[in-house]
Design a protein around this ligand. Structure first.
Ligand code: PEP
Ligand code: MN
Length: 376
C-alpha cells in the first residue's frame, strides 16, 4: 500500500507555528468550576489546546466514569471564555456524535479503543467528512498494525488532520513505567508513516509526576509535541491523581525542554555526520555478512544432528552460549538487554534453520564455504 501523506500540524489552520505542540488539561472534567479554573491557568501560560476526559474508560466498575455529556457544555464554555481549542476522548459512536454536536475541535481515540477495530470503524463512520482533528493513541498492547489500521480508518473517513499519540504499552511484568514506552514501536510507526504527526503522552507512560526524561526523549526523537495531564489540585483528582501535575509544574517542564534542530546546515557538521553514517552502514553490512555465515554453520550443524539422530534444542548448550556472551558483552560495554535480545533472536533463527534442514531432506553443500540452497 502506498504511504499515506498527512498534513503537518503547522498546516492545520489552528495557528501553530512551531514545536512543541501542546495539549493540556485534566485527566477528567470533574466540575464546571474545576474545568474553567484549570483552563484559565493554562491559557495564561500560552497553552492553545485544552483537554479533559468526559467519558472515562475505567478498569473496574463503580469508579468515577466521567461526568458524561454535561461536561461538553463546560468545554464549550472554555472555548468561549479563553479561545482555546477543546479536546476530548471518544470511544464509541455516541461519544463521537455528541462531541461533534458540541463543537469539540479535537477528538482523541483512547488506547483501549484503538485496540478495537469495530469501535474504530463505528467512530470513523460517525465523523466521516467532519471538519475535526483526530489523534489516535497507540493501542494498549504493543501491536503496530492495530495502531496503523486505526489511523487508516480515520484517514479513509476523509479526515485530513490526523496525528498519533504515544502513551506507552501495558506489560505483564512490573516496570518503572505505568505503560512501557517501547520506543521502537513509535519509531517504526514513523518509518511506516513518515509524515504522520506524533505527540508523546508522558503522563500515561510514566504514571507519576516526573515527566521530564520521557518528554525530553520524545523531543530528541523529533516528536511534534506533548499531551500532558494538568490539575489544579492533583492529589485530589478523581482520576489519575498520581500522574497529574500543576499548571506551574507544566510551565517548568516545558521551559526546561531542549529542542534540538532536526538538521544542522553547517557544512562541517553535515560532512562529519555523513562520514559517521557511512561507517555505520559499513558495520551493518558486515554484521549481515557475519549473520549469513553463522546461519550457514547452523544449517550444517542441523544436518549432522539429523544424521546422528540428536535433538535440535540442547538447553545446556544455549545456556553456555548466553552466559559466555553476556560476559563478553559486558567487557565491551554492551548492555545485557541488548545481548539477550540479540542473541535470543539469533538463536531462534538458528533453530529455525536447523528445523528446516531436519524436516526437508537437505543435503550438505559441496564445500563448507559454498552457499547452500535456501529454497527447499
Ligand atoms: C486519558 O488520556 O485520560 C486516557 C484515558 O488515556 P489512555 O487511553 O491513553 O489510557
Ligand atoms: Mn488519564
Amino acid at each position: 500500500m502506498e504511504t499515506i501523506q498527512f498534513l503537518p500540524i503547522t498546516d492545520w489552520g489552528i495557528g501553530i507555528k512551531e514545536r512543541p505542540f501542546l495539549i493540556s488539561g485534566p485527566c477528567s472534567a470533574e466540575s464546571e468550576e474545576q474545568v474553567i479554573n484549570i483552563a484559565h491557568q493554562l491559557k495564561d501560560q500560552g497553552v492553545k489546546v485544552f483537554r479533559a476526559g468526559i467519558w472515562k474508560p475505567r478498569t473496574h466498575p463503580n469508579g468515577f466514569e466521567g461526568v458524561g455529556e454535561k461536561g461538553l457544555a463546560w468545554l464549550r464554555k472554555v472555548k468561549q471564555e479563553t479561545g482555546m481549542l477543546i479536546a476530548t476522548e471518544v470511544a464509541n459512536q455516541r461519544h463521537a456524535y455528541e462531541a461533534l454536536k458540541h463543537g469539540v475541535d479535537i477528538l482523541w481515540i483512547g488506547a483501549r479503543t484503538t485496540a478495537n477495530p469495530f469501535a474504530m470503524q463505528e467512530i470513523a463512520n460517525t465523523i466521516a467528512g467532519a471538519d475535526v482533528i483526530v489523534f489516535v493513541k497507540n493501542p494498549v498492547n504493543p501491536d503496530l498494525e492495530l495502531w496503523i489500521g486505526a489511523v487508516e480508518r480515520i484517514h479513509q473517513a476523509g479526515i485530513s488532520r490526523i496525528g498519533a499519540i504515544h502513551r506507552g504499552f501495558s506489560t505483564y511484568e512490573k516496570s518503572a513505567y505505568r505503560n512501557d514506552p517501547l520506543w521502537q514501536l513509535p519509531i517504526e510507526l514513523k518509518r511506516r508513516l513518515p509524515t504522520l504527526p506524533i505527540l508523546v503522552d508522558p503522563s500515561h507512560i510514566c504514571g507519576h509526576r516526573d515527566l521530564k526524561r520521557v518528554s525530553q526523549k520524545a523531543m530528541d526523537l523529533n516528536y511534534d509535541g506533548l499531551i500532558i495531564e494538568v490539575h489544579h489540585d492533583p492529589d485530589n483528582a478523581l482520576s489519575d491523581a498520581k500522574q497529574q501535575i500543576t499548571p506551574f509544574a507544566l510551565a517548568e517542564l516545558i521551559h526546561g525542554l531542549k529542542l534540538r534542530k532536526v538538521n544542522a546546515d553547517d557544512e562541517q557538521f553535515i560532512h562529519t555526520l555523513e562520514t559517521l553514517r557511512q561507517k555505520i552502514d559499513k558495520y551493518d553490512e558486515e554484521l549481515l555478512d557475519l549473520l549469513e555465515q553463522r546461519m550457514e554453520v547452523s544449517k550444517t550443524i542441523g544436518l549432522y544432528k539429523k544424521q546422528n539422530n540428536v535433538t535440535i534444542l540442547q538447553p545446556s548448550r544455549w545456556d553456555e552460549i548466553i552466559t559466555k556472551i553476556r560476559q563478553k558483552g559486558a567487557e565491551r560495554n554492551l548492555s545485557t538487554d541488548l545481548i539477550d535480545r540479540m542473541f535470543t533472536a539469533i538463536h531462534q533463527e538458528s533453530i529455525n534453520k536447523q528445523m528446516a534442514v531436519m524436516n526437508n531432506g537437505v543435503t550438505l553443500p559441496s564445500t563448507n564455504q559454498g552457499k547452500s540452497d535456501d529454497n527447499h
